[in-house]
Design a protein around this ligand. Structure first.
Ligand SMILES: [Zn+2]
Ligand SMILES: [Zn+2]
Length: 373
C-alpha cells in the first residue's frame, strides 16, 4: 500500500462464469483488473472486452473514468466480482470526494485526474506507476496513480513513471500481449523495473501525503479548516498561479515567490500552457512543491506578500463555479483599489480625451513593466 487513504478494499469472485476469474485487489483500477483477468485466461485485454461487450468497437478510451451500468453488469456477471466493487474501481466513484459536483460529472477533463489523451486504442499519456511496485508479485495499477497529486512512491522513494524507459511508449496495460506481465512494456517488452530511477521531490511528497490524509476531512489552510474539496480547489488555483509565474517570470511574481523562500530561477521550466493533469510526474512534482509552500504559508501570508509586491489580480484565475469564499477573499485582496485610480473612478464626470490618453499610456507602461503580454 503506497497511500494513507484507501479508495476500496477489493473483492473476490463469487460463482464466476469465467473459469480463471481474478479478485479485484485493494485500490485497483478497473482497467488493471480487466487486464489481469484477460491475461489469466490467455487472451489480450482488448479481446476480452470485445467478447464481453457485444457491439463494442474496440476503442477502449479512458475506461477508468467509468463505463455504462449495463457493461459493468456484464463484467460483474462473468467475473463474479460484485457490481458495486467494480464501480468503486472507477474514477467516477472517486470524483465526488475530489470536487463539488453540480448534477453530473464534467464532460471534459476532470480536475486532479491525469489525462490519457485517448485516440482510439492509443494514448498520448500513460498510466503512472512506481517502477519498483509494479515489478512485485500480484502488482496492480492503483487508483492513486491516476490522481495528479501523486508523483512519487513513498515506499521506494522514487518518482512515478508513465512511459517505458527504452521505447518511451506510454504505459497502457490494456495493450499487453498474451504471456506478458505488468512489468513489461506492451510495445517493446522491456521490463519497467529497468527504467532509470529519479529521486522524489521532498515538498511534492509532503503535498501528496497531506492531501491523502485530508480526504474526507477538513484540512487546514492557514488557521482555517476547509472542506477537503475546497482545499483542493484552492490548491488547484495555486497550481495555475505557479504555472503562470514560471512562464512569465514577472518582477512582481519573482519577488512574491522569493518572499516565500522559492527561487523561481532555479526551477526547471514546465511545459508551456499544458494544465497540471497533462504533465509528466517530474513536472507535476516541481509545480506541487511550489504549491505546497504557498498552501503552507496560508491565506494571510499570501495576501500580505501579494499586496506588498503589487501582484495584479489577473494572476489568480478563480474558477467560475464552486470557488470557496477564502479564494474570493484572496482575489478581492489583490483587486484592492490602487491610489492612482482614486478620483478617476466614480467621480461622475467623463474624462477629457487628453486625460484618457495619459491614463492609457500609463496603463501600458505598467503592463509592460509587470511582464504581462
Ligand atoms: Zn513503489
Ligand atoms: Zn518499451
Amino acid at each position: 500500500m503506497v497511500a494513507s487513504y484507501s479508495w476500496h478494499p477489493g473483492a473476490g469472485p463469487v460463482e464466476p462464469v469465467w473459469p480463471l476469474s481474478k479478485p479485484l485487489l485493494a485500490d485497483e483500477l478497473l482497467t488493471s483488473w480487466i487486464a489481469r483477468v484477460a491475461l489469466a485466461h490467455g487472451c489480450c485485454p482488448t479481446a476480452l472486452i470485445a467478447s464481453a461487450w457485444r457491439g463494442f468497437r474496440g476503442r477502449t478510451g479512458d475506461l477508468d473514468r467509468g463505463v455504462s451500468a449495463s457493461r459493468l453488469a456484464v463484467l460483474s456477471k462473468q467475473s463474479g466480482v460484485p457490481y458495486a466493487s467494480l464501480q468503486s474501481a472507477t474514477l467516477a466513484h472517486v470524483m465526488p470526494s475530489i470536487m463539488r459536483l453540480p448534477d453530473r460529472l464534467p464532460r471534459g477533463n476532470w480536475p486532479w485526474i491525469t489525462v490519457l489523451g485517448c485516440r482510439g486504442n492509443h494514448h498520448s499519456g500513460g498510466l503512472q506507476c512506481c517502477p519498483d511496485c509494479i515489478a512485485q508479485y500480484n502488482s496492480r495499477y492503483l487508483i492513486q496513480w491516476r490522481l495528479a497529486w501523486h508523483t512519487c512512491c513513498p515506499v521506494h522513494g522514487v518518482l512515478l513513471v508513465e512511459q517505458c524507459g527504452r521505447c518511451l511508449a506510454p504505459l497502457q496495460p490494456e495493450l499487453l500481449k498474451v504471456g506478458a506481465s505488468f512489468n513489461d512494456c506492451h510495445r517493446c517488452g522491456a521490463p519497467l523495473s529497468d527504467n532509470t530511477r529519479s529521486a522524489f521531490v521532498e515538498a511534492a511528497l509532503a503535498f501528496q501525503r497531506f492531501v491523502d490524509e485530508g480526504i474526507g476531512r477538513h484540512p487546514m489552510y492557514g488557521t482555517l479548516p476547509l472542506d477537503f474539496r475546497d482545499w483542493l480547489t484552492v490548491a488547484r488555483t495555486m497550481v495555475s498561479f505557479a504555472q503562470a509565474a514560471l512562464r512569465h517570470h514577472s518582477v512582481a511574481a519573482v519577488r512574491f515567490f522569493e518572499s516565500l523562500g522559492i527561487a523561481l530561477e532555479t526551477l526547471h521550466p514546465v511545459s508551456l500552457g499544458l494544465p497540471l493533469e497533462y504533465l509528466a510526474p517530474a513536472e507535476r512534482a516541481v509545480l506541487l512543491s511550489i504549491v505546497w509552500v504557498i498552501m503552507s504559508a496560508g491565506p494571510d501570508r499570501f495576501i500580505e506578500v501579494a499586496r506588498r509586491e503589487s501582484l495584479p489580480a489577473s494572476t489568480l484565475h478563480i474558477p467560475l463555479n464552486g470557488a470557496p469564499p477564502v479564494l474570493l477573499e484572496l482575489a478581492a485582496a489583490l483587486q484592492a483599489p490602487r491610489h492612482h485610480l482614486a478620483g478617476g473612478v466614480g467621480c461622475g464626470h467623463p474624462s477629457s480625451p487628453a486625460r484618457t490618453l495619459r491614463m492609457w499610456l500609463r496603463l501600458k507602461r505598467k503592463v509592460r513593466r509587470r511582464g504581462i503580454r
